[in-house]
Design a protein around this ligand. Structure first.
Ligand code: B4P
Ligand code: MG
Length: 307
C-alpha cells in the first residue's frame, strides 16, 4: 500500500519520550504493573517479564502466576510483589483466576498478560474472562504469547472488548491471530501491522528484524478517518533470536505503559530500548549466545544514557 505513513524510530524521539525522573519522586510516580504470566512448564517467562519491567523503571511490579509456580518465582524475584493464582491439574491458571485479578484491578496502572501461560480449556476461559468478557477496563493492557494464542481461539474477540490495548505477536502468532500463513504475514509487514491494528483497534507490534509498530486508523466523528502511523525499528540483530527475548520486550513495554506513556509511544520506545540494549550486549560479545536476561541487565545503562 502506498498511503502508509512510515517513521523510523530514532534515538532523539525515544529520548524525548522517556519519563523524567524528578528528584522528589517516589515509587508511586512510576506506576504499578501487573504481570500475568507463567505455568509449570514455563516458569522462566514469568521471571523474565517481571525483571525486565523493574529494569525499565516501573515503580512497582506485581507478578500473578499459578500457585505452584509462585514459590519458584518468588525465590528469584526479591523486589516483586506476588499474587498466587488458582491453577488446574497441569499447573496452568484456572478459569477462576480471572475473578481474583478483577477484585484487585484498580491497584494497577497497566497489565501485561500472556507470557508462558500455556494453552488449555482453562487458560482459554481465563483469557476470555479477564480480557474479553470481563468488566470494561480502562487500564492499558499488553497481550503477548499464549495470551495471543488463546485470544485467537475466541471468535470476534475484538468486538467484545474495549480499552487501550497493545498486542506483541511474532510472525507465527500473527499468523495464528489472522488465519494467514507466516509467509503472507511477512510479505508487507508494515501494511499487515496497520491493517490489523485498525481491525482490532489495538497497537500491533509485529516482531522480528525491523519490528513494525502500528497504531489503528480511527474513523472520526466528522466522517474523516484518522490514518494510523507505523513506526519501524532500526534494529536487525540475530542475537535476539533466542528464547525469552520476547518476554523481555513484554516487560519493557508493560513498564512504560505503567509509567504513563500512551500505548503507541510505549510500544515504540519499548521496541527501541530492547533493540538498543541487545545491541549493547552483542557489540561486546557478538551475536551467538545472548541470554534474554542479559538484555534486561543492559537496560538501565541504555535508558539512563538516553535521558
Ligand atoms: P514460540 O515458541 O512461541 O517462541 P516464544 O516463546 O514467543 O519466544 P520468545 O518470546 O523468546 O520470542 P519472540 O519471537 O516472542 O515461537 C517461535 C516460533 O515462531 C518459531 O519457531 C517460528 O516458527 C515463529 N517465528 C518467530 N519469529 C519469527 C520470525 N521473525 N519469522 C518467522 N517465524 C518466526 O520475541 C523475540 C524478540 O526478539 C522480539 O522482540 C523480536 O523482534 C526480536 N528478534 C528476534 N529476531 C530478531 C532479529 N533477527 N533482529 C531483530 N530483532 C529480533
Ligand atoms: Mg514470545
Amino acid at each position: 500500500q502506498d498511503d502508509i505513513s512510515l517513521e523510523l524510530l530514532t534515538v532523539d524521539w525515544v529520548s524525548s519520550q522517556i519519563p523524567p525522573r524528578p528528584l522528589d519522586s517516589h515509587k508511586g510516580t512510576y506506576g504499578h504493573l501487573l504481570v500475568v504470566a507463567g505455568s509449570r512448564n514455563f516458569v522462566g517467562a514469568a521471571c523474565l517479564v517481571a525483571r525486565a519491567a523493574h529494569r525499565a523503571g516501573a515503580g512497582l511490579v506485581t507478578l500473578a502466576t499459578p500457585e505452584s509456580v509462585y514459590p519458584i518465582v518468588a525465590s528469584q524475584l526479591t523486589e516483586t510483589i506476588h499474587l498466587p493464582l488458582p491453577e488446574d491439574a497441569e499447573g496452568r491458571v484456572h478459569a477462576d483466576a480471572a475473578q481474583v485479578i478483577h477484585e484487585g484491578l484498580t491497584r494497577y496502572d497497566a497489565l501485561a498478560v500472556g507470557s508462558g501461560l500455556g494453552q488449555s480449556e482453562n487458560t482459554l476461559a481465563f483469557i476470555e474472562g479477564l480480557l474479553v468478557d470481563g468488566p470494561v477496563s480502562t487500564i492499558p493492557t499488553l497481550v503477548d504469547a499464549d495470551g495471543l494464542n488463546n485470544l485467537a481461539r475466541l471468535p470476534d474477540w475484538w468486538q467484545r472488548r474495549s480499552g487501550p490495548l497493545v498486542l506483541t505477536p511474532h510472525p507465527g502468532e500473527m499468523a495464528t491471530l489472522t488465519g494467514l500463513s507466516t509467509l503472507e504475514v511477512q510479505r508487507d509487514r508494515a501494511a499487515m501491522a496497520r491493517q490489523w491494528a485498525t481491525q482490532w483497534q489495538a497497537v500491533v507490534v509485529l516482531k522480528g528484524a525491523f519490528t513494525a509498530v502500528a497504531e489503528p486508523s480511527v474513523p472520526s466523528t466528522n466522517g474523516e478517518q484518522y490514518e494510523g502511523l507505523v513506526r519501524l525499528s532500526p534494529f536487525a540483530n540475530p542475537g535476539l533470536a533466542s528464547g525469552g527475548t520476547g518476554d523481555v520486550l513484554t516487560g519493557i513495554i508493560g513498564s512504560l505503559l505503567a509509567q504513563g506513556l500512551a500505548p503507541f509511544d510505549a510500544s515504540g520506545c519499548g521496541v527501541y530500548l530492547h533493540g538498543q540494549a541487545a545491541a549493547a550486549v552483542t557489540s561486546a560479545q557478538g551475536p551467538v549466545g545472548l541470554l534474554a536476561s542479559e538484555v534486561s541487565e543492559a537496560l538501565p545503562l541504555t535508558i539512563n544514557s538516553l535521558r
